[in-house]
Design a protein around this ligand. Structure first.
Ligand code: 6PG
Length: 249
């Protein structure tokens, strides 16, 4: 089990490949346990390059695919076959290679011309999937973190950071000059397990600020999240020598 939101576990791995392999083993444990205990496992997926290797590793595991449902924690405002689509990335890395029932795959119904309507439609999908839960109690919410301390598509200075009345929103991102789609912070924090996957020296400063004493969620949106586990590579911390083995703090 991971730690708690109040006291998250931190796993320090030597490199991205080790992080992805370690994470894949832990994800399989969560899926099997949820399927066994509750008959269903619901996962919120992250975009980005770090989790891609994790998704690839899940493709050759023997899992209860019929009991696992896949959702996206955020998406780009592009068609499903666009190279930038998170849905396309996950399908190519994982879902196209496993016997998951199509009904268990829940991509964001992106509509570049009407992002607000698309976000409302996805929120309705989420609310239907989670029944009468006040917030989505993900079995696992996977998150990356950008070098600007964004997570999901909660980017610095954007309106979605403060929203507590919605599960899922369109979010105008000025610096990208585009809309994104994202879970809100409360709709992530309601998860049973909430993991950050952070790899590479380029994330060191963002990690230091996000986990440091200065609280400024508008500048460091990842601070809105209460993770149960951090999975980081040694170079994110800067104090862990590559020769060191995995470490759990
Ligand atoms: C996305 C993500 C985003 C990502 C971070 C980190 O749609 O891009 O969901 O939040 O997780 O940008 O991405 P990397 O892991 O590629 O650095």
């Amino acid at each position: 089990m991971s730690g708690t939101a109040a006291d998250p576990t931190r796993n320090v791995l030597a490199d991205p490949e080790s992080l992805q392999a370690f994470a894949a083993d832990r994800v399989c444990e969560i899926i099997r346990a949820a399927a066994e205990r509750r008959g269903v496992c619901r996962i919120s997926l992250s975009g980005g390059s770090t989790p891609k290797g994790l998704y690839r590793r899940l493709a050759d595991r023997d899992l209860p695919w019929e009991k696992t449902h896949w959702f996206w924690g955020d998406e780009r405002n592009v068609a499903a076959d666009d190279p930038d689509s998170n849905a396309r990335m996950v399908r190519e890395a994982l879902l196209d290679h496993v016997p998951v029932p199509p009904a268990n795959v829940h991509p964001v119904p992106v509509d570049p011309d009407s992002p607000a309507a698309a976000a409302e439609a996805y929120e309705a999908t989420l609310r239907e999937a989670f029944g009468d839960s006040p917030w989505p109690d993900w079995d696992l919410a996977l998150l990356g973190m950008g070098d600007d301390a964004h997570t999901a598509s909660l980017f610095p200075g954007t309106a979605a950071i403060d929203r507590r009345d919605r599960w899922f929103l369109e979010n105008w991102v000025e610096k990208l000059d585009t809309y994104r789609y994202t879970l809100t912070a409360p709709a992530i924090n309601s998860g049973r397990e909430i993991w950050f996957l952070v790899a590479g020296e380029g994330k060191r400063e963002a990690y230091r600020l996000v986990t440091g004493p200065t609280r400024d969620p508008h500048r460091y949106p990842a601070q809105t999240i209460r993770p149960t586990r951090w999975l980081v590579t040694a170079d994110v911390l800067g104090d862990h020598r590559p020769g060191d083995g995995p470490r759990e703090d």
